[in-house]
Design a protein around this ligand. Structure first.
Ligand SMILES: Cc1cc2nc3c(=O)[nH]c(=O)nc-3n(C[C@H](O)[C@H](O)[C@H](O)COP(=O)(O)O)c2cc1C
Length: 351
């Protein structure tokens, strides 16, 4: 079993540790800072535009320290997401050397060897930056534990919103099987395991803890946070959607809407079932679907409105548990307290 508790490396963290996912384009400085302030671990989403990413790092540095320039010798208590297939290692490493985020979350490499290269370069420039890697299979987790020795493995189940492995299991089997495999090969070491995918309330947090996770990632639930950068109609769609197993779907189509798919082959993404997907199932050509999508994107609603919902609205199967907009701090408090109640209730069933 993992031996290192997240509170050692992230001493401000309240229990149980809740992490906001580095949702590219959604998780900006305001969300990452709010989550940090409320005793969670906040991540900035990775951005291919390196100048925009530098600005985001300056802004979050200012929120934490009161000044935009990183303080010498200071570790920024905020994590940074990186999408390996879409970003240049040199660019990201330069920013890590400059801002020294407490953690870097690596995801979506073309080759698994890329993770080792990134981890090595990051460790060279910033020894205090912990390496987190998100992966969705037992085999992948074992390989990464061997090749990269990450500080944290984020085990992403198939219920997750946004991108993930096209093939995958839910965390209910993914986590315990991965833990067993790591244990068998004596690979657990100091590595922490955190759970991602479909967790949107306290009972999900409680369940993930009992599966053996040291911490819990939420993405979809934080789309309801006031601090998240999200179009109001996108958020309305999240708050109104119920029954995520029926109303969301994993598909590659969502990455084809704006042009050819640039994601590595093994990935697809989970989003709300909307008009573009229905057209796709009806056999309408990708060119036509793209034209409708481009038209919708030119409107004020950007294709997020109920009447003409053609843009991808990334969301996990837990979307039906996301009912109202709230400050991130309230979400954290509510989820942590509800997790404790759920765990006590479960224990009382054993008495
Ligand atoms: C809108 C959205 C955007 C996301 N963007 C990223 C990203 O840029 N990088 C990443 O590693 N994961 C991304 N993810 C996946 C999350 O890291 C995480 O695995 C997922 O949100 C967990 O499932 P949940 O949404 O059910 O909580 C995204 C998820 C969502 C919902």
């Amino acid at each position: 079993m993992p031996t290192r508790h997240l509170s050692k490396d992230y001493p401000w963290v309240s229990s149980p540790p809740i992490i906001s996912a580095p949702m590219s384009g959604f998780a900006g400085p305001a969300l990452a800072y709010a989550v940090y302030k409320a005793g969670g671990i906040g991540f900035l989403g990775g951005l291919p535009d390196i100048e925009a990413l530098r600005t985001a790092l300056q802004n979050v540095t200012e929120l934490v320290t009161g000044t935009r320039a990183p303080k010498p010798g200071h570790t920024l208590p905020i994590g940074l997401g990186a999408l390996l297939f879409a970003q240049r290692l040199e660019d990201v490493v330069g920013l890590i050397a400059e801002f020294r985020p407490v953690a870097v979350w690596l995801f979506a490499a073309y080759e698994s060897a890329d993770f080792a290269r990134w981890a090595e370069e990051i460790r060279k420039v910033s020894a205090n930056t912990k390496i987190w890697i998100q992966i969705g299979s037992v085999r992948g987790a074992v390989q990464l534990a061997q090749s990269c020795k990450p500080d944290v493995l984020v085990l992403q189940g198939a219920d997750a919103g946004g991108h993930g492995g096209e093939k995958g299991a839910g965390i209910i089997s993914l986590i315990p099987e991965t833990l067993l495999a790591l244990q068998r090969l004596r690979l657990s070491g100091n590595m922490s395991i955190v759970a991602a995918g479909g967790i949107a309330d306290g009972s999900g947090v409680a369940a993930a803890l009992t599966l053996g996770a040291d911490g819990i990632v939420m993405g979809t639930r934080f789309l309801a946070a006031e601090e998240t950068t999200v179009h109001p109609l996108y958020r309305t769609a999240i708050l109104e959607t119920e029954d995520g197993g029926q109303t969301t779907v994993r598909a590659k189509l969502f990455d084809e809407l704006a042009g050819p798919n640039i994601w590595p082959k093994a990935f697809d993404g989970r989003a709300l079932i909307a008009q573009s997907y229905k057209d796709h199932i009806e056999g309408i050509s990708i060119d036509e679907i793209r034209n409708f999508h481009a038209e919708a994107k030119r409107t004020d609603h950007l294709g997020f409105d109920q009447e003409n919902r053609r843009a991808a609205i990334w969301a996990g199967t837990g979307v039906g548990l996301v009912r109202e907009k709230a400050p991130a701090a309230e979400i954290l408090t509510e989820v942590r307290e509800a997790a404790k109640v759920a765990l006590k209730r479960a224990l009382s069933n054993l008495e």
